[in-house]
Write a protein that binds this ligand. Structure first.
Ligand code: GLY
Length: 591
């Protein structure tokens, strides 16, 4: 493995003091496991599960201890998260899983992204001749995409799982039947007046009865049972995805989507026809020797993370002993350029042309780095077609106006054979579309499309369309070292900001010599559009904001950031985990 630099960024290093990590977020290192305990003798670093709730982490660890692999564990972890963290993801949503199979040195992406119904058109969010506002669109039946999560579980399990399918759901079924303690984060979200004012969770009788019994939000510590969730999972455990995509549960989903306000067009056929797409990961080679792999379009991961890290390599200071804030500036400029390209070009490549390979071509990245915009200017998209001597690409699309929400979670797992899963899952905005069926919430993922289908007289790449998948910022990422060995598994929730959050862990670990936990705890810096968002209510945040203002950037001070980074770094001595202190999770090794 290549030695990492010991670079310490003075403005940011203060955020890394251990006291900034609250006790709920554990950072742990796996002891190297004795080789005879391993299924594959070439892997001696143990296993780890990192996710947003300790009950989910424990379910995953049990699967690994019982002989299951990373795919098995991810299913068990996510089934628990769907119950205990329903504001973020669940059975009614979708996600992307990147799976590394160590024995075959192979990467596979399972695209379980929610899909627009067959009857959806580019005008999905046009009502009475006007573009619907975000909140009414978010609460509408029109926003619900055909869920992909259960189909993703099955596709991944059939391709790579090792444990008994039905056993993977038992921890979640037990918790749903016996009751789970409402976490402080869930209680906080349910009681939050602005969120409560915006969403229909306590107007809709089904969700009100579940989340607001007697009209009051569930308090932290309340033991909530969910027999309907247990029944759904028991049916899926027995009959597989057919129990979800056909029959009475499918009919309940269609009915919940059809309800007002602004019921959606999803049909039983839409559910029955849902397919996971198995795709190749998008991988780029960094100059430092790392290979960075993430999900392909409609995910932004592979394109955006390779662009940002590739641009950073050109933009970072080359001289030694320079003002360290120049490294921060390089990261900000790399993000500004990367976001502008991501916004313009990335969409569902099964429906529109996406120049994935051109956007991460080193020749394009080198040329794009020279376009660094002045801090006061808005970064605009580049044109890989022009740079690479092909047809111009930029004029094909109108400017992207997509505005996604924040209901997502991320799971990173390395199993005892050195296989890895990076899976980000979502219901789009918090609590999705505020509609329930079968004990779970339905997503509002279709608001990840641009609600405006055209801009400046041109179509927007990420406009809605029949059976199309909305663009996602989700960036489940796996990094390999220059010897080709597994080095890092990372990802985060956070809507549009996911791209910046995940890039922060990449630059933190690969470039700035941070540990996994230090990288997760760094202040969030989101450089998209004409402002730079800086998280100022964490150590190092105010200094970071000031440094960027001094360069001339327009800084938007942010508090209450909702990243949820869960990452694992493979070190010589074992696995190093990081769990975002902004959430309630853990990165826990097998003991
Ligand atoms: N719904 C969040 C995302 O897919 O980017």
């Amino acid at each position: 493995m290549r030695p990492l630099t010991g670079f310490a960024f003075a403005l940011l290093i203060s955020a890394c003091a251990p006291h900034t990590v609250p006790p709920a977020a554990t950072t742990t290192e796996a002891q190297a496991t004795a080789p005879e305990a391993l299924g594959d003798l070439s892997w001696t670093k143990g296993g780890m599960v990192a996710a947003a709730d300790v009950r989910a982490v424990e379910a995953g660890l049990k699967v690994l201890r019982d002989g299951g692999n990373a795919v098995d564990a991810a299913i068990a972890v996510h089934a628990v998260l769907g119950l205990v963290e329903p504001q973020s993801s669940g059975l009614g949503g979708g996600g992307f899983m990147v799976y590394y199979d160590r024995a075959n040195d192979a990467l596979t992406v399972f695209d379980g992204r929610e899909t627009a119904p067959a009857a959806a058109t580019a005008d999905l969010f046009i009502k009475d001749g006007k573009v619907m506002e975000f909140v009414p669109a978010w609460q509408s039946g029109r926003s619900v995409g055909v869920p992909g999560q259960i189909a993703l579980y099955k596709a991944a399990h059939e391709a790579a799982g090792r444990a008994d399918w039905a056993s993977l759901f038992q921890p979640a079924i037990d918790l749903a039947e016996d009751g789970f303690e409402v976490s402080p984060k869930l209680a906080e979200a349910l009681a939050e007046p602005r969120l409560r004012g915006a969403i229909r969770l306590d107007d809709n009788p089904v969700t009100a009865a579940y989340f607001y019994p007697d009209g009051e939000p569930l308090p932290a510590g309340f033991v909530r049972t969910n027999p309907a969730y247990a029944a759904t999972l028991a049916a899926v455990a027995q009959d597989g995805p057919a129990a979800f995509y056909q029959g009475p549960l499918a009919a309940d989903i269609v009915a919940a989507v059809a309800e007002g306000p602004d019921g959606g067009s999803m049909t039983l056929d839409d559910l029955a026809n849902y397919k996971v797409v198995v795709r190749d990961a998008v991988c780029g080679e960094l100059q430092t020797g790392y290979k960075l792999c993430s999900a392909p379009p409609p995910s932004s991961g592979g394109v955006a993370q390779n662009l940002i890290m590739g641009l950073y390599e050109y933009l970072k200071p080359k001289a030694k002993d320079v003002d360290e804030s120049l490294y921060l500036k390089a990261f900000v400029d790399a993000q500004r350029l990367g976001y502008a390209d991501r916004d313009h070009y990335v969409a569902d490549a099964d429906h529109v042309p996406v120049p994935t390979a051109d956007l991460i071509d080193p020749v394009y990245i080198k040329a794009r780095a020279l376009e660094a915009f002045a801090p006061g200017e808005k970064a605009t998209p580049g044109d890989p077609g022009v740079v690479l001597g092909k047809e111009p690409l930029r004029p094909m699309w109108g400017e992207d106006p997509t505005e996604p929400g924040h209901g997502t979670t991320h799971i990173s797992i390395i199993d005892l054979d050195g296989n890895a899963v990076s899976m980000t899952a979502t219901v789009e905005a918090a609590f999705g579309a505020s509609r329930m069926a079968g004990g779970f919430l339905l997503n509002n993922e279709l608001t990840d499309f641009s609600r405006e289908p055209t801009k400046g007289g041109k179509p927007v790449a990420n406009a809605p369309g029949p059976n199309k998948r909305p663009r996602s910022s989700m960036s489940p990422t796996i990094v390999f070292d220059e010897g080709g060995d597994l080095f890092m598994v990372t990802g985060s929730p956070g809507g549009n900001s996911i791209v910046a959050y995940v890039a922060k862990t990449l630059v933190g670990v690969l470039e700035w010599g941070k540990t996994a936990q230090e990288a997760a705890a760094l202040p969030n810096v989101i450089a998209r559009g004409d402002t730079v968002g800086v998280e100022v209510d964490v150590a190092g945040g105010p200094e970071t904001a000031q440094a960027l203002r001094d360069f001339g950037y327009t800084v938007e001070e942010r508090t209450g950031e909702n990243s949820g980074l869960h990452l694992i770094v493979v070190r010589e001595r074992g696995l190093e985990g990081g769990a975002d202190p902004r959430r309630e999770g853990a990165a826990t090794p097998i003991r």
